[in-house]
Design a binder for this molecule. Structure first.
Ligand SMILES: [Zn+2]
Ligand SMILES: [Zn+2]
Length: 236
């Protein structure tokens, strides 16, 4: 009966493809055969700090990491942002929570080597403010972290809470973003102490958000803080 009900639901609401947004072909897959080729994956050479793609292999760091320090140890991302921007928009703002299954699987698969090397104790999603959570119904980074954690065998921990609903960060300079974010996050567990943590976010641009979370985690005693992002800008 259960299977029948599930089958009926999937006919009425077929899983949509994170790339083309049509019902996935073949049914039962997480992404259409062929659609995966349309997304841009981050490839070497990448910045030794943030994992952003670089123009030439002679560079060690991207322009941003070359001029300022970050609170995290190192990070990596899976997709070039502009190749998945519409997909992420639907995921965040149009209720396409189902995309998280494919996103999380890709992150676990493509970042496996990095994760093995970092050997984290936990994945910590970047939280959204409770008011925003009530409105949206889900935290997009939380969904990605859950799917990724399941595939990679790493526990997900909600060690960080967002206590200030920061203004939209678009159009602000780095200094302003940082100032906005400084007091936005609070650590809510003493378990963080001496742990190796991977912060999970959907998009990495200037790194202001990840830095603010990493800063809070370090202050609470985290030994090492890495980040993984679903997508990253490729400007350097
Ligand atoms: Zn498709
Ligand atoms: Zn960088």
């Amino acid at each position: 009966m259960r299977d029948l009900a599930d089958a009926a639901v999937s006919i009425l609401y077929p899983r949509r493809c994170p790339v083309c947004d049509r019902p996935v072909e073949p049914a039962g897959a997480l992404i259409c055969r062929g659609c995966e080729e349309k997304v841009g994956y981050v490839r070497e050479p990448v910045c030794m700090k943030c994992g952003k793609p670089l123009e030439n292999a002679g560079q060690e760091y991207c322009r941003d990491c070359g001029i300022r320090n970050h609170y995290y140890n190192r990070g990596a991302a899976v997709f070039i942002y502009r190749s998945v921007d519409r997909s992420i928009y639907r995921f965040k703002y149009e209720g396409r929570q189902e995309y998280a299954a494919w996103y999380g699987e890709e992150m676990a698969r493509r970042l496996r080597d990095r994760l093995e090397k970092w050997a984290p104790d936990a994945l910590v999603p970047v939280p959204i403010h409770p008011a925003r959570l009530r409105k949206r119904g889900y935290n997009q980074s939380g969904l990605i972290a859950e799917e990724m954690g399941r595939k990679a065998g790493i526990p997900v921990r909600q060690w960080v809470r967002r206590v200030v609903d920061t203004a939209p960060q678009k159009g602000l300079g780095i200094a302003e973003r940082q100032k906005n974010l400084e007091k936005a996050f609070k650590i809510v567990s003493s378990e963080v102490k001496s742990k190796s943590v991977v912060v999970v976010d959907d998009i990495y641009t200037t790194g202001a958000t990840v830095d603010a979370v990493a800063c809070a985690l370090r202050r609470a005693g985290a030994a090492r803080v890495f980040f993984v992002a679903l997508a990253i800008g490729d400007m350097n």
